[in-house]
Ligand binder design. Sequence first.
Ligand code: PLP
Length: 372
Amino acid sequence: MINQPSYSTRPTLRVDLDAIKANYTALKNKVGAAKIGASVKADAYGLGAVPVGRALYGAGCRIFFVATAGEGKLLREGVGPNAAIYVLNGPAPRDKGVLLGAKLKPVINSIEQARFWASVSNEVNEPPYTAIHIDTGMNRLGLNAEELTELSRDKKLWKSLNPEWVMSHLACAPDASNPMNKAQLAAFRKAAAQLPLTPLSLANTAGIYLGKPYHFQMVRPGIGLFGGAATTKPDQEVSRPVVSLLAPVLQVKYIKAGETVGYNATFTAPRDMRIAIVGAGYADGVPVAQSNKGTAIMHDMEVPIVGRVSMDLTILDVTEARLTVETGGVALFRGAHLETESQIGDTLNYELLVRLGQRCRRDYWKPKKEDA
Ligand SMILES: *Cc1c(COP(=O)(O)O)cnc(C)c1O
């Protein structure tokens, strides 16, 4: 199937931009009138902020969330002047120039950030809009109850901040039965009622699946745009896979029962075996934690990782692979296999995406008709 006659020893990271657009549209259809603010922090979950931002813009997205001012500046190159870019970590003194220069909108997470940004805002001609982030129980970023009261009483401060959205973030949304979801929803409504009427936003991808009361005027999906399962019930989710890490087969070997494989000889062949050495290792995002546990996909078959994953290489047991395995062939990591990999490695699908290495050749892919 994915057999390349000509190959490189370098792995390829294939990002299916059409799938990102389709995921955007599917989530948009799910939330109806609510807007989508795409969460594209950490270089769009490791996939590349500029091409991903451009694809989402092409699908109709006009609101984006990044973590830092630097990420916002980079994203601006991809999405042009007409998209709103919010900076989740908020404003800091050293980021002032970048925030103003790239026309980024800071999320205000504390009274300290509010006072700092009000002072900046009062100095400039057209101060950017902001979003006010309320902490409703996660105890991560956001104004707490006392700070909220302080802000609600200080009309001048509120006006200087020019708030366009009031937002909060859910701690336990993947598990719909967790009582914390309803508690946070109630706390959010109560907090918002203290403030002047402003559009609201609460849900990440998982929050979208908690249903309409969680959608408000904007949802902020990230992982669902990039094909990762967000909830404990992935069957209900509308996203399809986006990312494939394709490792070229560099060598195929036959080993005898009793021989060992890889660093520290952590694997001993129980029988005569055929193994494939493929060109992607932990530097490329195949976690060491998958050593002797994980699998890759070759010829639509799951093939086990044997021995310890190395920096640049992974060794696969292809004894059972039905078709010929030869140099230049391809082993697939991620793809529809992403959730399995995160379970086996005891990690998050989010982490597996953002840990994808910088060394991969990046292939921003549009499926050809015959592949579909
Ligand atoms: C990362 C993040 C999101 C997106 O979360 P997903 O689980 O990837 O959908 C939304 N809001 C905030 C505040 C975030 O930090």
